[in-house]
Ligand binder design. Structure first.
Ligand SMILES: Cc1cc2nc3c(=O)[nH]c(=O)nc-3n(C[C@H](O)[C@H](O)[C@H](O)COP(=O)(O)OP(=O)(O)OC[C@H]3O[C@@H](n4cnc5c(N)ncnc54)[C@H](O)[C@@H]3O)c2cc1C
Length: 293
């Protein structure tokens, strides 16, 4: 694991992976998963940076403290507007800038965390809120497959309390594909990232040690080919009328063409049809990917 060093031109030439990691304990299973990723990726020659959010005491709440100097509108504090200006004028707080530099350097970002309330822990949500600021990570012109980070990859690697069947379409928690849509589409792909299939470790606290060892081995094996994997399928912007007048809706010709398909386009764009199976957890075959024309 390396620290970011602006003078280190040798390491800048190396391909970089950033692991944004959220667990309080170095004895946790999440910590073991993070260590496996660092070890395996370094063995492959990658430069690996870890943002250990609890160890860094990373602040989760998006506040006025994130802006250095005067506010544009002190009467009505609007975080998005103020951070956009602060980003343009190099007035974002040092902790945000340090993370933004890591994002710029990384070819792949792995988010390693225990699932909290169907989502990331608050400290990691805070990282997303504060680091992925407007201007730096997105704009209305640059989103989804036109997004600022379209040449980078991101993935979720997480543990659960629940079992896999509990997160199936018939299980008590409902379909994991639905649970993952906001994070994978709404946050990461919105900023342009190509999303690699998530790595899910089901219920490690309730498994025998042997099973956990097999999980760690499986993760190590996947990491060997991770950066060559095809990303998940999302709906490309070309399928939509990208204007306020057109409501950012699917184009009528596209909608007509999709009428004959048995499934919706993606988990979110289901069009009232059955969800495309495993859309948020498995790479789809090329022929079933929506074409951007
Ligand atoms: C606020 C909150 C909200 C939550 N919401 C959800 C939710 O919405 N859905 C859901 O499914 N779950 C939820 N959970 C449960 C949570 O996701 C799990 O508790 C968590 O994922 C377990 O991961 P861990 O790393 O903390 O496990 P740990 O408890 O750290 O580890 C599990 C076991 O692995 C062992 N271990 C550690 N290292 C190794 C190693 N190298 N090799 C083998 N074994 C090892 C540990 O000793 C332990 O026995 C929630 C929990 C909290 C606190």
């Amino acid at each position: 694991m390396v620290q970011t060093d602006p003078e280190d031109t040798h390491s800048m030439a190396q391909k970089t992976v950033l692991i944004v990691y959220a667990h309080q304990s170095p004895c946790s299973f999440n910590s073991a998963l993070k260590d496996v990723a660092v070890e395996e990726l370094e063995e492959q020659g990658y430069r690996v940076i870890v943002s250990d959010l609890y160890a860094m005491d990373f602040r989760a709440n998006a506040t006025r403290e994130d802006i250095i100097g005067e506010l544009k509108n002190p009467h009505l504090f609007q975080y998005g507007e103020e951070t956009l200006h602060a980003w343009m004028e190099h007035r974002l707080s040092d902790d945000i800038v340090a993370e933004q530099r890591k994002v710029e350097e990384a070819e792949l970002i792995i988010f390693q965390f225990p699932l909290y309330w169907f989502s990331v822990p608050a400290i990691m949500k805070g990282w997303m809120d504060r680091v992925l600021t407007q201007g730096f990570a997105f704009s209305l012109e640059k989103m989804y497959n036109y997004g600022i980070f379209k040449d980078k990859k991101a993935m979720l690697s997480f543990t659960t309390g629940a079992t896999q069947t509990m997160f199936s379409p018939e299980g008590i928690n409902g379909d994991i594909n639905v649970a993952l849509w906001p994070l994978q589409n709404g946050t990461l792909h919105f900023c342009g990232f190509q999303i690699l299939a998530p790595q899910i470790f089901w219920s490690p606290a309730f498994c025998p040690d042997m099973v956990r060892t097999a999980m760690l081995d499986g993760w190590r094996a996947r990491l060997k080919g991770l950066l060559k994997e095809k990303p998940l399928t999302f709906a490309p912007c070309e399928l939509f009328d990208l204007s306020f007048q057109g409501g950012f809706l699917l184009r009528p010709d596209v909608k007509k063409e999709l009428n004959s398909q048995p499934y919706g386009l993606t988990t979110g764009h289901h069009l009232g049809k059955p969800l495309p199976p495993d859309n948020q957890i498995k790479t789809q075959p090329d022929e079933s990917r929506p074409k951007a024309e």
